[in-house]
Every structure is written in C-alpha cells, then in structure tokens.
Write a protein that binds this ligand. Structure first.
Ligand code: ATP
Ligand code: BTN
Length: 248
C-alpha cells in the first residue's frame, strides 16, 4: 500500500471527506485532521474531536476485493493494528471490545467507524475511520460522557506522543494484517490474534440492535470478523452491523 496522506487543520469529518471524494482520490488515501467539527461515531453519535494532539484519520480502500459478508473483518483488522501499535508505544492492557472499540482496562481510548460507498450493489469505496485519544489530558477527557482515556494518561512518563508517528505505526501494522487477511489460508492467524486481544471469550454478553437483545456467551470470532455466541438457540455468528455489546 502506498499511502496518500492528506492533512487538514480542520475538517467536518475525515470519514465524510473520503465518502464525498472517493472517485477523485487515489486508493489508500488517508485524511488526517487536527480537529473535526462534526466527528461521528456509529448511529449518528458524536465523536469528541477537539484540537490538542489527538489522532482523527480515515483510510480509503477503493473497490476492495471483499464480499459483503466479509466486511466485519475490516474494523477488526484496524482494531488489531491499534492494539499492536499501543503495545509498541509501551501501553499495555489494551483490548478490542467487539465490534469497534479499543479499551485500556475499563476506559475507551479509540473507536473505529467503517462506512461504505456503494453504487447499486458495487462497493466503490471502503472508509475506515479511527479516533484515537493520543495526548488528551484527564481534564479534557472528563468532557466525554463515558469512561475514556488517552495514550498520554496511560503512559508512564507524561511525555506527549507524536501524532503523525503514531499514525504511521498504525498504518504499517494495518497493512501487514490486511495482507495476511488477503490470503484466505492465513485468516486463521488473524482469528488467533483477535482472540489474544479480546477479553470477551467465555464472557456472558448481551448484543443489542434497535429492536431486540440477544443473550449468550462469547465462544470465538470467525474469519469474517463476526462474533460467535453460544445462545439458547445454539451457536450463532453475528456481524458488525449496528450491534452493540454489553458485558453481563
Ligand atoms: P456501542 O457499544 O454501541 O459501540 P459506544 O458508546 O461505544 O456504544 P460508539 O458509537 O461506538 O458508541 O461511540 C460513540 C461514543 O463514544 C459516544 O457516544 C461517546 O460516549 C464516546 N466518545 C465520543 N468521543 C470520544 C472520545 N474522544 N474518546 C472516547 N470516547 C468517546
Ligand atoms: C465509534 O466509536 O463509534 C467510532 C468513532 C470513530 C471516530 C473517527 S475520528 C476519524 C473519523 N471521522 C469521523 O467522523 N469518525 C471517525
């Protein structure tokens, strides 16, 4: 992957920018901004995106060679890249809270938002957005309506991190894991890494969509990035979609 990095001081949303400009931009364009005025999470939720040394970026993959049922693997590949990058920056105890969050202990440090640009049934572009709290201080974090943390808060030495260097570490890790995933016979290696970076295996959880709740115990992850639950109705796979997970 040859990344085409586009830097902005301010933007509405890096995901929105890539969605709007998919056709004109080269493959593997990366939009990165110092602040976002309309940063978003899933289901129209807000992503708190002030200036102050955080990472807000989105990666565009054009016409990806990917089937719709495989799409759930993409946020998991990015989440893995983030956990690995945090570890290489000396931050331990990060884990992937399927489907799209990265936590350090019990606090959220990062969210991943995957969106698609479709023309009919053709996937013109896949946009993978990442909001990672890099240098936010405790008082900045207290403005967020959920338990949140940052790399700075989790570090031992209180030295700010370089945001662009962090971006490059993540992109290199994503590239490596995406290459593994692209070889079908190697996908089991990723499942193993997802297991290792998850605290959910064996836990009782509730999956919520707009209408109902599904209760079960997490058994594993599939090669398509789905979560596999043991439910009353038997073993079932669930994909990224709009599901939210709660520990019971
Ligand atoms: P779900 O379990 O459904 O994914 P969620 O609370 O993680 O629920 P998301 O849509 O994934 O929801 O993420 C958006 C939420 O993340 C916001 O509602 C807010 O609580 C939280 N949030 C917003 N900005 C930040 C940030 N900079 N750091 C950490 N958390 C944030
Ligand atoms: C979530 O936890 O729901 C995902 C949050 C994703 C936030 C990132 S910040 C960069 C990119 N641009 C956006 O508007 N959202 C994503």
């Amino acid at each position: 992957m040859k990344f085409n990095i586009l830097q902005f001081d301010e933007i509405d949303s890096t995901n929105q920018y890539l969605l709007q400009n998919t056709l004109e931009l080269p493959d593997f364009s990366v939009a990165v901004a110092k602040r976002q005025t309309a940063g978003r999470g899933r289901k129209g939720r807000k992503w708190h995106s002030p200036e102050g040394g955080n990472l807000y970026f989105s990666l565009l993959i054009k016409s990806p060679d990917i089937a719709f049922e495989e799409l759930s693997s993409i946020p998991q590949i990015m989440a893995l890249a983030i956990c690995e990058s945090l570890q290489s920056c000396g931050i331990e105890n990060s884990w992937i809270k399927w489907p799209n969050d990265i936590f350090v202990n019990q606090a959220k440090i990062c969210g991943v938002l995957c969106e698609t640009r479709l023309k009919g049934m053709t996937l013109e572009g896949l946009i993978i957005g990442v909001g990672l709290n890099v240098n936010m201080t405790k008082s900045d974090l207290s403005q967020i309506d959920t338990a949140a943390t940052s790399m700075l808060v989790e570090s031992n030495d209180n030295e700010p991190y370089s945001v662009l260097e962090t971006l490059h570490v993540i992109l290199r890790s994503f590239e490596k894991h995406f290459a593994t995933w692209s070889v079908k016979s190697r996908r089991s290696e990723l499942v193993e890494l997802w297991r290792q970076n998850s605290l959910l295996i064996g836990k009782a959880v509730k999956l919520l969509d707009d209408e109902k709740a599904i209760y079960g115990t997490v058994v594993d992850f599939s090669e398509n990035g789905e979560i596999i639950l043991q439910t009353e109705a038997g073993m079932k796979n669930y994909s990224y979609g709009d599901l939210s997970l709660r520990l019971q």
